[in-house]
Design a protein. Structure first.
Length: 237
């Protein structure tokens, strides 16, 4: 789960930096670009990472063996941390693109101190406590990252909420679908762990995609109608 979130975050950060650098003199374009990127990053990252957490009771024993059942809570806690820290990628790209490296350094320093403190406080409870401390640190740092961007680009709290709403609503629907599928599997004897996992994955995927399909179609059409930005003189020369 953490690897998925890190990969997604790194991708959006690499793509976002040159885009924000080109639009640093146009706050309105920077605002729209940040919100669009945040909306799509969350819509991709949230279901994948939270989905792993939801099916972890079936997935972990299937992949690692029955001896690893005790690792299920650890995987779920790490998924929470992964979702939180994924929200820090775009703020870093936006701040770097606008030439605010000192803010990025401040954010990195804050992350180092906060994670170290979380791990230290959780160490008394073993690996699960350390993971929980890291998740708590991520949940504190994500709002801090978004707040730093709001200082540079005119983005309101309501704008951020609207950008995250599709992913949050779809993930809630996915959780409901996985929960109902789990109850179905409890009532119907299915001996194969692979079959149970496949049913949960299918239920979660459909529960996420179907409710969001109108939004997905609308977003694709909206971006298809957006004209390409005019090339700069230096680029056209």
């Amino acid at each position: 789960a953490r690897g998925i979130a890190q990969g997604m975050g790194a991708l959006f950060e690499r793509v976002g930096f040159p885009v924000f650098a080109r639009t640093q003199d146009d706050l309105d374009r920077s605002r729209r670009g940040f919100l669009d990127a945040l909306r799509f990053q969350a819509a991709l990252t949230f279901p994948l990472v939270i989905g792993v957490a939801l099916i972890a009771p079936e997935l972990v024993p299937l992949v690692l063996g029955g001896a690893w059942v005790g690792a299920v809570p650890l995987v779920q806690i790490l998924a929470v941390r992964a979702v939180a820290t994924s929200l820090m990628a775009l703020p870093r790209a936006a701040l770097t693109g606008r030439g605010r490296q000192w803010l990025v350094f401040s954010l990195s320093l804050s992350a180092t101190v906060t994670f170290a403190l979380g791990w230290l406080l959780g160490a008394a409870w073993g690996p699960t406590g350390v993971a929980a401390g890291g998740a708590a640190a991520g949940l504190l740092l994500a709002p801090l990252s978004l707040w730093m961007v709001r200082r540079e680009v005119p983005i309101g709290v309501r704008d951020l909420g609207r950008a995250l709403l599709p992913a949050l609503a779809g993930t809630a629907s996915m959780a409901l679908g996985v929960g109902l599928a789990s109850r179905f599997l409890a009532a119907v004897p299915v001996s194969s762990a692979a079959t149970r996992t496949a049913v949960l994955v299918l239920a979660g995927s459909l529960s996420y995609v179907i409710p969001l399909s109108p939004w997905l179609v609308r977003e694709v059409r909206r971006h298809a109608r957006v004209p390409a930005p005019p090339a700069r003189e230096s680029e056209s020369a």
